[in-house]
Each structure stands twice: as structure tokens, then as C-alpha cells.
Ligand binder design. Structure first.
Ligand code: TPP
Ligand code: MG
Length: 323
């Protein structure tokens, strides 16, 4: 698939923003600045970046408990995300959601979600809405290998298939659901194979290679926009940290496996390839690195300077009032 220098710069900026955001969130958890549990996705950056590069602002995504990368790739501002994680009134959900519930409807980001598998029916609902209204919008469901075994995921895939919904199912197979290895919990060697049960195409992709993800997602999004229905992508990837901040993954993962994925790091290998093959000049790469570092600093300063929600706000947006 053809790729422009603008898109290459966008991919690098998106992946680096996710990485630096995650690393900073961990530092802020340690400093005691955050509320609620935090699940980081560093290591997995190539998947949301490669997929969302094909999306427009009005397209939809639905996310998981590990949602920072999805939000950033869909254009949610790091400053409103950081403020949300800091529990501040300026956060995307006015400080009442925290890391696991960041949503920004103005960017088509329908929500991170603590209910494993729930992103899948949510994305299908958005796709059904677009289809019934005749709108040119597609919808992406991000979900994990563990979520792929949830009943609602299968019901949703079946409906998406019979209704030919403009939806893309993106399974981020990071090889573990909490501490359970995928081979232990899952009936197939490749989750992409499950597409056949729902008469849709499925493809397994190297989720550490952003250009491979970009290529496969371009095909899947193109099918959705052309009215050809859903597609399942299984992206093999890896989270560098524990399941949540506080989990020690060395209790259930081999050091060799962790080292292997660090060697294949999506950001470092993309940068090496882009420079070696002359896809991007070094000055562009350096400029993006500076710009992203400044964005993250500004996000933390913004969050730190923002007020806590007032007590009067406690019940706002919690209950719908009926006449
Ligand atoms: C319906 C439901 N069941 C169980 C849980 C507890 N839980 C939270 S995350 C998780 C593992 C999810 O694994 P996976 O889908 O592979 O996503 P990953 O954490 O690897 O990104 C589980 C079992 C939950 N939050 N919701
Ligand atoms: Mg997983």
C-alpha cells in the first residue's frame, strides 16, 4: 500500500506520543498523582497507530481497559487524558472516569471500558447506526486475546456479518489475559481463524510492524467503507509492563520472551527502517521527538494546574433525568 511522508510522520508521532505518555503516566502513578487503576499499553503502539491512520474524525472506535493508545491515535488530546487520569475537572470525563474510562465523543472515541469484550458490541452498535442513517462512517472494535473468548464477542461478530456492518474487529493479541497465556485459554492457534465461522475475512498481522498493520488495516477499512462488511484482524503484539500498574509479569512470563519483543520494538524498528531506507529525513524524526516530549510536558502541567471537580458536580452525568 502506498504511503506518503505525511502518513509516515503521523505514524511515528502517534507511536511516540503513546510511548512517552505511558512512561509518564507510570512516573505519575509512582508520584501519587493519579486515581484508580492504570493499565498501560507500551509495546503495543503499532496497532492503534497503524489502524487509526486510516480513520477520519467522524469514524468511531471502542476501546478496552488498556485504552490510552487507542485514544491518542484517534485524536484525543493528551492533556485532557492526563487531566482525566489525575481526576481533574478538565479531564475528558470531568475527572470522574480515570484511565479506564476515557471517552471523547467529539473525536469518535466511544470509551475505554472495564468490561472485557464490551468494546465489540459497542462498535457494532455505532456501525449499525451509521449504516441505518446512510452515513459514510466506519467503526473499529479494539479488544484483547482474552476478550476474544467472551460470548458477546461472538454474538456481535455474527450480527455484523449478517447485517454487513462497516466494522473492523481488531484483536490485540498480546499473548496474555492477565496472567493466563493465550495457548491455555483459546481454542485456535490463530484468533484470525475465527473469522471463517462468521463468513468474513480474517488476517493475522505482525503487530510489532506498524507498516504491516497499516497495510492490513487499509484493506479492512476499505472493505467497510465499500459496504463489503466486517473484517477481523489479529495483531500479534506485547505489553512491556504488567497487566496493571502493580502487577509483576516476571511471575508468569519468560525473560527470553520479553527480551525478544523488546528487540523487535515497533518504534525503534520503524525509526531504523525509515532512516536507513530514506523514507524520512533525520531532521523530521528529531523534530517529532522534540514536539512529542513538549506535548507530554504540557499535558502534565495542564493536569497539575487543573482544579478537582467540585462536590456539586458529583452526580452530574451519572443519572439521566426523565421529565
Ligand atoms: C467481563 C469481565 N470479565 C473479567 C474481567 C477481569 N479482567 C480484567 S482485564 C482481564 C484480562 C483481559 O485480557 P485481554 O482481553 O487479553 O486484554 P489485555 O489485558 O491483554 O489487553 C480480565 C479477565 C473484566 N474486567 N470483565
Ligand atoms: Mg491480552
Amino acid at each position: 500500500m502506498e504511503i506518503t511522508p505525511d502518513t509516515l510522520r503521523w505514524l511515528y508521532r502517534a507511536m511516540l506520543t503513546i510511548r512517552m505518555f505511558e512512561e509518564r503516566v507510570i512516573a505519575e502513578v509512582v508520584r501519587g498523582k493519579t486515581f484508580g487503576s492504570v493499565h498501560t499499553s507500551d509495546g503495543q503502539e503499532a496497532v492503534p497507530a497503524g489502524v487509526c491512520a486510516h480513520l477520519r474524525r467522524e469514524d468511531y472506535i471502542a476501546s478496552t481497559h488498556r485504552g490510552h493508545g487507542h485514544c491518542i491515535s484517534k485524536g484525543v488530546e493528551p492533556r485532557v487524558m492526563m487531566a482525566e487520569i489525575f481526576g481533574r475537572a478538565t479531564g475528558s470525563c470531568k475527572g470522574k472516569g480515570g484511565s479506564m474510562h476515557i471517552a471523547d465523543f467529539s473525536r469518535g472515541m466511544l470509551g475505554a471500558n472495564g468490561v472485557v469484550g464490551a468494546s465489540v458490541p459497542t462498535a457494532c452498535g455505532a456501525a449499525l447506526t451509521a449504516k441505518l442513517r446512510g452515513e459514510d462512517r466506519v467503526s473499529v472494535a479494539f479488544f484483547g486475546d482474552g476478550a476474544s473468548n467472551q460470548g458477546v464477542v461472538h454474538e456481535s461478530m455474527n450480527l455484523a456479518s449478517i447485517w454487513k456492518l462497516p466494522v473492523i474487529f481488531v484483536c490485540e493479541n498480546n499473548l496474555y489475559a492477565e496472567s493466563t497465556p493465550v495457548e491455555y485459554s483459546t481454542s485456535v492457534a490463530s484468533i484470525a481463524e475465527r473469522a471463517r465461522g462468521y463468513s468474513m475475512p480474517g488476517r493475522m498481522v505482525d503487530g510489532m510492524d506498524v507498516l504491516a498493520v497499516y497495510d492490513a488495516a487499509g484493506w479492512a477499512v476499505g472493505r467497510a467503507r465499500a459496504g463489503q462488511g466486517p473484517t477481523l484482524l489479529e495483531c500479534r503484539t506485547y505489553r512491556y509492563h504488567g497487566h496493571f500498574y502493580g502487577d509483576n509479569p516476571s511471575l508468569y512470563r519468560l525473560k527470553e520472551e520479553e527480551e525478544e519483543y523488546h528487540r523487535r520494538d515497533a518504534i525503534a524498528s520503524f525509526k531504523r527502517r525509515a532512516l536507513e531506507q530514506g523514507m524520512l529525513p533525520e531532521c523530521d524524526v528529531v523534530a517529532i521527538e522534540r514536539e512529542v516530549a513538549a506535548t507530554i510536558e504540557e499535558a502534565v502541567a495542564f493536569a497539575d494546574a487543573s482544579p478537582m471537580p467540585s462536590a456539586e458536580e458529583l452526580l452530574a452525568d451519572v443519572y439521566v433525568s426523565y421529565p
